[in-house]
Write a protein that binds this ligand. Structure first.
Ligand SMILES: Nc1ncnc2c1ncn2[C@@H]1O[C@H](COP(=O)(O)OP(=O)(O)OP(=O)(O)O)[C@@H](O)[C@H]1O
Ligand SMILES: Nc1ccn([C@H]2C[C@H](O)[C@@H](COP(=O)(O)O)O2)c(=O)n1
Length: 226
């Protein structure tokens, strides 16, 4: 192993990447990269500044210069700050997710975020969550997971998640949004969502969160990553 170990967790929207990778990072005492949050921050900052969603140069400039801070409070909740203002909740809406998926298809934006993402690597280890963590950002990662679940299960999970937050949610509309985001993330010419050649595919459709975490920990232990 060249440096500190890296586990990548890629997969489609709602497959559980954030939940699983955060749990893994906490259990291992490792760092965590929520790369989707970076794309969401770019889309959010662009909207705040009135950029056209098609403005690749403008979004790439933001990606390079964003003043972002991630921290985890004593309550274990991730908080995200943009220009000194907390935006943890504001960037999580489906509309910002859609904008993130649009700006993420711009090569200039992806290039601008590359080093920012790589800077998260370090001792004692990193769990990196996204769409191209294993295929592009950390191609030498020691363990690459491609986490998936059926489209219906992912829509049901998202529906439940929104309801639990007291937000209104329509299952049919969510299913369509997820299908549209899958298509955009998988069909883009640059860094499309797909399993890295050496990824282990974990289909979580019928697995509990605990079972998925346990499976990844077993794979990590077999590779002597901790
Ligand atoms: N194996 C599982 N069984 C049941 N629910 C799950 C499972 N994994 C995740 N969930 C739930 O599904 C919802 C979506 O999970 P999460 O936000 O982690 O997905 P994600 O892949 O990070 O999505 P996105 O890429 O859109 O951010 C959450 O409410 C989470 O608790
Ligand atoms: N490594 C990444 C992470 C995210 N994206 C894009 C594609 C997603 O639709 C969008 C939001 O991600 P989420 O927070 O829902 O995980 O950002 C990407 O292209 N590459």
């Amino acid at each position: 192993m060249a440096g500190a170990p890296i586990i990548t967790v890629d997969g489609p929207s709602g497959s559980g990447k954030g939940t699983i990778s955060r749990r893994l990072a906490r259990q291992l005492g490792w760092r965590w990269l929520d790369s989707g949050a970076l794309y969401r921050l770019v889309a959010y900052a662009g909207r705040q500044r009135g950029l056209a969603i098609s403005d690749a140069a403008g979004h790439a400039y933001l990606a390079l210069h964003l003043d972002v801070r991630f921290d985890e409070g004593s309550d274990g909740v991730e908080r995200i700050w943009l220009d000194g203002v907390e935006v943890s909740v504001a960037i999580r809406g489906e509309d910002i997710g859609k904008g993130a998926s649009v700006v993420a298809a711009m090569p200039e934006v992806r290039a601008a975020l590359l080093e920012r993402q790589r800077a998260f690597a370090g001792a004692p280890g990193l769990v990196a969550d996204g769409r191209d963590m294993g295929s592009v950002v950390f191609p030498a990662a020691e363990l690459k997971i491609y986490l998936t679940a059926s489209a219906r299960e992912r829509a049901l999970r998202r529906h439940k998640q929104l309801k639990q937050k007291g937000l209104s949610a329509n299952l049919a509309a969510l299913s369509l949004e997820i299908a549209e985001r899958d298509r955009r993330d998988m069909d883009r010419p640059i860094a499309p969502l797909k399993p890295a050649d050496d990824a282990v595919v974990v289909d979580s459709t019928s697995m509990t969160i605990d079972a998925v975490v346990e499976r990844v920990l077993q794979l990590a232990a077999a590779r002597r990553l901790f």
